[in-house]
Design a protein around this ligand. Sequence first.
Ligand code: ADP
Length: 343
Amino acid sequence: MERIKNKIKKALENVIIGSKNIVKLGYIKKINFCKNSKKFIIDIILPNPTLHFRDKIINYIYDTIKNNIEENICIKINIIKFDVNKKKSIKYILAIASGKGGVGKSTIASNISVILSNIGYKVGLLDADIYGPSIPTMFGINSSFISISSNNGLINPICKYGIKIISIGFFSKYGKAIVWRGPMASKALIQFINEINWGNLDFLIIDLPPGTGDIHLSILQEISLTGAIIVSTSQKVAIDDVIRTIEMFKIKSIYVPIIGIIENMSFFIPTNEKENKTKYFLFGKDGVKNISKKMNIFFLGEIPILKKIQIFSDLGIPAVMKDVEVKNTFIKIAKNIINNIIN
Ligand code: ADP
């Protein structure tokens, strides 16, 4: 039995996550033989509680054992607990992604961050959109005096409305284009995660640049994300692009679980038609819902076009802080996100 157990352990070294194998990563706690069931029981600890990750690892282990051990053995995988980034100070890292620019990705990243913070979570927000960092504007951060922590030498994030914020925009002059080559931008963004004085966070929300590209690939390979949240509008051009983004997260070497998709700018109700609630689907109807069904991605919720979202956004105040209708819309979405990650 001991010989087979060692063989199993050796075989499990072929299950690679990121650049390390799961034995080295400490996922394997115990391998026992159960005399009653005649099965080898592999007790594992996972760092990521999402269903997608769990299924992927389990299938990966079964396949690896089948392909590496000649003996006809039966195994059972037993998840004993989820050790969510215990060693690290950030519990959940969520990327907000879109296919196209201008669909409301940063607006959603900002408002979701505020809602999570209102619920009582410790939240950090990393604006990684090098093409158009808009988080400073959305949070009304005009001057970004960057300080260094005297305790650990790390860059302090700027705290606004209870959220710790770092934007790539803090490191460029206002109105000046950020013309960094892909590798330079990726390197800077990875440093933003590892070398910022985030302290203990429940959630780090990353506002990714739109689309797919080198920068996405390197960030996603480097950082262990809990999951991605996709934002789109329903018109065809946005849907075509968002499919590419969804496919990117499914690439084996990246492999990021998709928590769900949000439809933004779903419909518009003119003020004079509020009574009978006539909806105008300016960007198409049900495009995001259909793609969520087709690609088996959880539909997290819809956000109508509301002038107040844009107005508060431009004033530097996430609209959820000022308006009950917007707040309730985002609470629903945030609860769906939390349920999909934690429960
Ligand atoms: P992205 O990050 O995808 O480029 P932004 O979040 O910057 O998009 O949003 C683009 C513009 O649309 C902003 O001016 C924002 O205020 C506005 N906007 C986003 N969502 C809505 C909405 N649901 N209703 C009204 N305006 C919105």
